[in-house]
Design a protein around this ligand. Structure first.
Ligand code: NAD
Length: 266
């Protein structure tokens, strides 16, 4: 059994991970961490029987005393890096779904994972459909270099654009080299109307509304035609097979893997 600590267990994603860890045959919940619901049994989050694991806000202590092998983190951009550093320092392998880490954070975590010789998976999207969307978008960019991305999420999402949109843009930019799209000078009547600008003029537009989970359209424009690659996560269960894959895979890795596609494709 793989002993799993869940950080952010009381959140939308944390609850799905809790159900997944309890249901899988080879994973065992050993610690439940959240800044809310401290002292409650983790089972109360699901309205069920006590699980014998109390929710705590003290991550370092929970990792040191629970025998955790893997920490799954779905918290927020302001806490994720400190949580991953704490896990690595405790000899626990992080599986990170939280988005919004800066390039400096990645660098810091990568160096520490290497030094500790521990696996760490950081995945901006665990849904297989979203990973295929990114793969197909990178392929299409060879033929359609003009592209804009529209991502749509629920209105409680803190960071924008989404980690998935940034990752998609990075993969497209790898394919199209120094290509520049759009006008050099544009006049925005309302600041931000044209979205966030990536290198080469690639724009990302972020929509935040209740009702959405996680959705993205990658729109390619060519002569007399457009091509749209679209993915919708309509429920948070969509991320769980990927999270389980990562929990199992991280045990045999050394260093940081950024993106689950590196474990699934080729
Ligand atoms: P949420 O706000 O519902 O849940 C976050 C939880 O973390 C809350 O219960 C909060 O109390 C807790 N928390 C905050 N700071 C903490 C800390 N320092 N220590 C312990 N717990 C802490 O958010 P959510 O919708 O579950 O999303 C969480 C993160 O996951 C976001 O960054 C989101 O973008 C990301 N996300 C990633 C994927 C993916 O596939 N990688 C999918 C969906 C969401």
């Amino acid at each position: 059994m793989i002993k799993v600590a869940i950080s952010g267990v009381a959140g939308r994603m944390g609850l799905e991970v809790l159900k997944t860890v309890l249901a899988a045959e080879d994973t065992d919940l050993c610690a439940a961490i959240d800044i809310y619901n401290e002292g409650l049994d983790a089972g109360s989050l699901l309205g069920g029987e006590p699980l014998g694991v109390k929710i705590t806000s003290n991550l370092a202590e929970a990792l040191a005393t629970s025998g955790a092998e893997v920490m799954v983190d779905f918290t927020g951009p302001s806490s994720v890096t400190a949580n991953v550093v704490a896990a690595l320092n405790a000899g626990v392998r992080p599986v990170v779904g939280t988005t919004g880490m800066s390039p400096e954070d990645f660098d810091k975590v990568s160096k520490l994972a290497e030094k500790m010789r521990l696996g760490c998976i950081i995945a901006p999207n665990f849904a297989i459909g979203a990973l295929l969307m990114i793969k197909f978008a990178a392929e299409a960019a060879k033929y359609f270099p003009n592209v804009e991305i529209i991502e749509k999420h629920h209105d409680q999402k803190i960071d924008a654009p989404s980690g998935t949109a940034i990752k998609t843009a990075e993969k497209i930019l790898e394919q199209r080299g120094d290509f520049q799209q759009g006008l050099e000078l544009e006049e925005e009547k309302i600041t931000g109307a044209r979205g966030g600008k990536m290198p080469g003029g690639l724009r990302i537009h972020s929509v935040r509304l209740p009702g959405y989970v996680a959705h993205q359209e990658v729109i390619f424009g060519g002569v007399g035609q457009t091509l749209t690659i679209k993915h919708d996560s309509i429920a948070r269960e969509s991320f769980m097979p990927g999270v389980l894959t990562a929990i199992r895979a991280v045990l045999r890795l050394e260093g940081v893997v950024y993106g689950l596609e590196n474990l699934l494709f080729e």
